[in-house]
Design a protein around this ligand. Structure first.
Ligand code: ZN
Length: 355
């Protein structure tokens, strides 16, 4: 869990994934034969086949090229304006539910590479506090444009330290809660964790497939990095790893739950951006059954994953999304059950081992 904690506490909004990339690079030493960063910033890590049979017939065939995609970016903000009193206004990068953005601690990161320069701040919608707000005021849901960040510093200092375009992320701890882990940006650092840990597991034995493990950029603003990476790699099979809705909580009817917590890795049949290749989906399911790994089928009516752009890059690829059920998604209390997290890791490793 130490690696997962480090991953979720490292800021990286779309286009500012530098620190996450650096952290991942430090954690994968010796695991891959080749590691490179592409033009958009995705980290492409290649592990060549280690054929099982040496001179056997399978090893003479071209190995299957399998691309894994785990996006490194998290939803966040960039500084859009600094006013005369030193308050910041922000632009969202990724989709926020502003109902969750009252009274938040944030980090403003003036230097993508240097965490020591990060400034703590407080985010609130502009306007009156509850004591003096009218009944009408209290009903309003703020827009991102209404949010202000207070750094508690004189304006001259703010203008010296902060500039437009600086990354801003919500600050929230990593906590173990019951049988789950909770933090902000489980979406999608858990997938980075799953990919790293699954390849570590795979590396303990031989495998016939060639693994392109890609830590993608700018997923939250339109699946951008995965598409260009896939265009370069041209995989036979693309597997996006991501969080998915887990709405098995009070106030939501059963037919809208998408997944159930603790019931295992979610095999995504379709979402708003792609339909899983039926053969890949069924292979994942068969591997899960054979290896006795908890799993569940799921459909996400709206939203998409990197599979959407991998599927359509160049002449196309067969794709699938392996999802981890996540309660309270896109809040600072994203909750993931350990059974589901481990099932995703084990299932991915088992799938790759037989591919
Ligand atoms: Zn995601």
């Amino acid at each position: 869990m130490k690696l997962l904690e480090q991953l979720v506490l490292t800021p990286g909004v779309p286009g500012r994934e530098h620190r996450v990339r650096k952290l991942i690079q430090s954690q994968i030493k010796g695991l891959f034969d080749e590691v490179r960063t592409d033009a958009l910033g995705s980290l492409i890590c290649v592990r060549k086949a280690r054929p099982k049979s040496g001179a056997g017939s399978r090893s003479k065939k071209k190995p299957q090229r399998i691309m894994l995609a785990a996006h490194m970016d998290q939803i966040g903000f960039m500084v859009r304006h600094i006013d005369d009193k030193g308050f910041l206004r922000v632009n969202a990068v990724g989709g926020f539910d502003t109902r969750n953005l009252f009274a938040r601690l944030v980090s403003v990161c003036p230097d993508v590479n240097d965490p020591k320069k990060d400034l703590p701040g407080v985010m609130n919608p502009g306007g009156k506090p509850v004591h003096i707000a009218s009944a009408e005021d209290r009903k309003k849901i703020p827009e991102v444009e209404d949010l202000t960040i207070d750094l508690g510093l004189p304006v001259a200092q703010v203008k010296k330290k902060v500039k437009l375009g600086d990354m801003v992320v919500l600050r929230a701890p990593f906590e173990k809660v019951g049988d789950t882990v909770v933090s902000q940006c489980m979406d999608n650092r858990i997938a980075c964790w799953v990919a790293i840990e699954a390849v570590k597991k795979l590396a303990k034995s031989k495998h016939d497939c060639e693994v392109y493990c890609v830590f993608t950029v700018q997923e939250e603003v339109g699946l951008r990095g995965a598409g260009t990476a896939a265009y370069g790699i041209q995989p036979d099979i693309g597997i996006a790893i991501d969080t998915t809705l887990c709405c098995d909580t009070p106030g939501i009817p059963g037919e809208l739950r998408v997944t159930e917590q603790g019931k295992g890795a979610a095999l995504t049949i379709m979402d708003g951006a792609s339909i899983a290749d039926l053969d890949v989906l069924e292979t994942f399911e068969a591997v899960a059954k054979k290896s006795k790994i908890p799993h569940q089928r799921s459909i996400l009516p709206r939203g998409g994953t990197d599979a959407g752009t991998i599927q359509r890059a160049a002449a196309g690829a067969r794709t699938f999304t392996l999802s981890c059920p996540t309660r309270y998604i896109h809040t600072v209390t994203e909750m993931v059950h350990k059974t589901d997290l481990n099932a995703c890791r084990d299932l991915l490793a088992a799938y790759l081992a037989q591919a």
